[in-house]
Design a protein around this ligand. Structure first.
Ligand code: HEM
Length: 474
């Protein structure tokens, strides 16, 4: 009898506990949390979310989830309860409310590779301070009288050896160009400097680690990336020390000089800024250039129009090298770049977290949840871009690049290198379309891993244009 009473008491206790927890849970999870599914314990739906897909599509995961739950849904990703936003207005709201309602929050495993002082890791005042250096990098570059000339000369130099080749791996060539340029701008270093090839090699491990499973086991990609990050820091540190030893009489007028003249920044801070700019400065831009070439291959009409624009610019020039006024004339080129950014999706999504409970457009985002603004979904949203899957640079005629897309992020973390990326791509295209004819050697679509890559590096068959075809090209 006592046993039965005890059992009843326990059952009653459990029932009350369940009711109380349901009540609390219901209170914690208001009805207007967006619908969705949380998937497996711990991992949630992360594997499905990260499943590689063609980068000019949103992939099956987002397709399924958006059609089932709408543009904003809940999930469990990167070990956290998450709100995924494929909604343009919500994405803008998230980025513009950085540090107020939301905060940058990349997974801890990535912190190990990027470094604790990386701009993508730091928040608050530390971010503000370090970012001011990245922004000053952009203005220092632009302010140099040889800014445009240096970019163009490097584009010419990169293509020079192509004259005797029938094939190139375009992604490698684009990487060579963008890496060489950022090395020059930041450290006044050439690619044939042994330290430069060491940094480039280490960055390759670094990038592979960023997209690997974060298992710090000997020999794993992640472990190799951590080591590569350490080596890059050591190399950059030795460059800083060497420059400091030489003293003020040996200034080179590059960004390192600007950085070293600032005494309020630690060694670690200086070296982290340099690594951020080196990494940000070459990888994404070379992917954008590859995207442009890939999409032009699908649109001969756009390629013809682009050629026309560059032939006209070349024909109107008295001196040989391009300048800022020529850049301003590259209007269709800007359309092509915007469209390649939209269709190719160089950056698929960003990592944020909610700093407090947020209500927006009827969606409730609980404090502490991860929030992922998906840039790809907005770029390919048919309600914002008609015939969204079609590469159509003309859609940008008279439109600003910020109309209904945010390929460079926004708010206080807007990419500081966006203008440089566009100039580099435009000047490279100028010489490419005026001097070469090319065709894809094999089908090689861009894949989002989510980090974008071309599996075979976009192999191209190339042929120099004859003099009469080139008209007045350099
Ligand atoms: C096509 C080329 C590029 C694309 C698509 C791109 C995209 C982006 C995006 C989306 C962000 C925002 C990240 C976030 O909010 O979480 C960002 C930040 C950043 N980018 Fe770029 N970027 C490009 C080129 C560059 C270049 C050329 C540089 C350097 C010279 C650069 C340096 C940076 C840095 C340092 C940040 C961090 C800014 C901060 O957190 O305050 N990027 N970029």
């Amino acid at each position: 009898m006592v046993g039965i009473l005890l059992l009843l008491a326990v059952l009653l206790g459990l029932a009350l506990a369940f009711m109380a927890s349901s009540f609390l849970f219901a209170k914690k999870q208001p009805k207007n949390i967006p619908p969705g599914s949380m998937g497996w314990p711990l991992l949630g739906e992360t594997l499905g979310y990260l499943k590689p897909h063609q980068s000019n599509s949103i992939g099956t995961f987002l397709q399924d989830h958006c059609s089932r739950y709408g543009k904003v849904f809940k999930s469990h990703l990167f070990c956290c309860p998450t709100i995924v936003s494929c909604d343009y207005e919500l994405n803008m709201f998230i980025l513009q409310n950085e540090e107020k309602l939301f905060q940058c929050s990349y997974p801890k495993a990535i912190h190990g590779i990027l470094g604790q002082l990386s701009l993508l890791v730091v928040v608050g005042d530390v971010h503000k301070k370090l970012r001011s250096f990245a922004v000053s990098f952009a203005s220092t570059c632009k302010g140099r009288p040889d800014y445009f000339h240096n970019i163009e000369k490097l584009a010419i130099l990169t293509m020079e050896p192509w004259k005797t080749r029938k094939e190139i791996i375009f992604c490698h060539e684009a990487k060579k160009f963008t890496f060489n340029l950022i090395l020059k701008q930041i450290l006044s270093m050439d690619l044939d400097d042994p330290l430069a090839s060491k940094i480039l090699e280490d960055f390759t491990f670094f990038m592979e680690g960023l997209i690997s499973l974060p298992l710090n086991l000997p020999g794993s990609r992640y472990a190799k990336a951590l080591k590569a990050r350490e080596r890059i820091s050591t190399t950059v540190r030795s460059i800083i020390e060497e420059r400091e030893k030489r003293g003020a009489d040996h200034k080179k007028g590059d960004f390192l000089d600007v950085l070293l003249s600032n005494e309020g920044l630690s060694y670690e801070g200086k070296s982290s800024i340099l690594v951020d700019l080196l990494l940000g400065g070459y990888e994404t831009t070379s992917i954008l250039m590859s995207m442009v070439v890939y999409f032009l291959g699908t649109s001969p009409h756009a390629l013809d129009k682009l050629k026309e624009e560059h032939q006209a610019i070349r024909a109107s020039k008295k001196e040989k090298l391009l300048n800022g006024d020529d850049y301003k004339k590259m209007e269709f080129t800007q359309n092509v770049i915007s469209e390649a950014l939209r269709c190719g999706n160089v950056v698929k999504f960003l990592h944020r977290k909610a700093l407090q409970d947020v209500n927006f457009k009827g969606y409730f985002i609980p404090s502490g949840w991860k929030v992922l603004p998906v840039l790809t979904a907005v770029n390919l949203d048919p309600s914002l871009h008609s015939n969204a899957s079609e590469f159509n640079p003309w859609r940008w005629n008279g439109q600003s690049m910020t109309k209904n897309m945010i390929p460079f992020g926004g708010g206080p973390r807007l990419c500081p290198g966006l203008e440089l990326a566009k100039v580099e791509t435009s000047f490279f295209l100028h010489h490419l379309v005026l001097k070469y004819r090319w065709s894809a050697k094999e089908i090689d679509h861009p894949l989002a891993h989510p980090y974008v890559e071309f599996k075979s590096g976009l192999p191209l068959e190339i042929e120099p244009l004859k003099m009469n075809e080139r008209r007045q090209a350099l």
